[in-house]
Write a protein that binds this ligand. Structure first.
Ligand code: NAP
Length: 285
């Protein structure tokens, strides 16, 4: 496994995204636990989740609870595993995603996540998405308060633009360690945020790196260069995609989702796939 840094913590260069195990189309718990254990076996020590990764109004935090159970039942040492969760998004149970970025709500949500994860402090807590009804500085101010209170070990933001990244860094007194934005062959608009993170030395976690749950399987048919490079190396287009991201900057730490052991095993192998400068140019077009 190759390691990268979030703050002063070393994490696997590929993390596991937990969302497919808890939202629409989720598998049974047994398969999910096998998937999380397969990730740990492969050397993954970063698992991304959120309190909003659930389906029904009455199963808030499904994914956090699942991860806590999988860590508890794992045979090996899990003390170095960073569980990165988020607050600020809600799912009322009708399939929609709503927002609450108020400081009061974020502090309550963090307490609930702490309980579900069964920890004294959350490894990495990320403000999930700006809420237009709450001034951004108030939301990030709540994250700063959680950090100061020792409820969270590290602070991150998600779905942020360059201005919000700089503002968060200021509000957090230089303690912003990660930015999680959408980034994939299908969605390349986060290049400016990626470049800013590279400049500031902040981890950049591409979300839906393979194009999202519904489209990840078709990556090769939708993006011919990825299929072409994959064929040349005898690997999957998904693995090529993750290797391409890793090559962009040492701050990049993709978090591909998985609900099957084989998916995360294939994704993790991206750390060993070296692409030539010509291939990287082709993929970046
Ligand atoms: N911050 C945010 O607003 C936000 C938004 C969306 C997602 N996220 C985070 O980002 C993570 C990743 O995004 P995502 O899950 O939406 O999409 P994704 O990572 O682009 O795609 C996930 C799907 O890819 C498949 N897959 C994974 N590795 C593969 C491989 N090597 N070969 C073929 N298929 C593979 C998986 O299939 P199987 O299910 O069959 O294993 C999985 O369902 C999420 O899990 C979540 O933690 C954050």
């Amino acid at each position: 496994m190759e390691f990268r840094r979030i703050g002063d913590v070393e994490v696997s260069a590929i993390g596991l995204g937990g969302m497919p195990m808890s939202i629409e189309g989720r598998p049974d718990e047994e398969r999910s636990v096998r998937t999380i254990h397969a990730a740990l076996d492969a050397g993954v020590n970063l698992i991304d989740t959120a309190d909003a990764y659930h389906l029904y109004a009455n199963d808030v935090g499904h994914n956090e609870t699942l991860i806590a159970r999988a860590l508890a039942s794992y045979g090996g040492d899990t003390s170095g595993v960073v569980v990165a969760t988020k607050g600020g998004h809600l799912r009322p149970g009708d399939g929609s995603w709503t927002l609450d970025g108020s400081p009061e709500y974020l502090k309550e949500a963090c307490e609930a996540s702490l309980k579900r994860l069964g920890v004294e402090a959350i490894g990495l807590y990320q403000f999930h998405r700006p809420d237009p009804r709450t001034p951004y500085e108030d939301s990030v101010g709540a994250i700063r308060d959680l950090l100061d209170a020792g409820k969270i070990r590290m602070a991150g933001i998600s779905n942020a633009n360059p201005q919000q990244i700089r503002l968060s860094q200021e509000i957090l007194g230089g303690r912003l360690v990660s930015v999680q934005n959408q980034f994939s062959p299908a969605y390349r608009f986060s290049e400016p945020e990626l470049e800013l993170c590279d400049e500031l030395g902040i981890a950049f976690l591409p979300w839906s790196p393979l194009g999202g749950i519904a489209q990840a399987g078709d990556l090769g048919s939708r993006f011919a260069p990825f299929a072409e490079v994959a064929a040349a190396h005898g690997v999957s287009p998904q693995r090529v995609c993750l290797a391409w991201m890793l090559a962009k900057s040492p701050v990049v730490i993709p978090i591909p989702g998985a609900s099957r052991p084989a998916s995360i095993q294939d994704s993790v192998a991206a750390v060993d796939l070296e692409l030539t400068p010509e291939e990287l140019t082709l993929l970046s077009r």
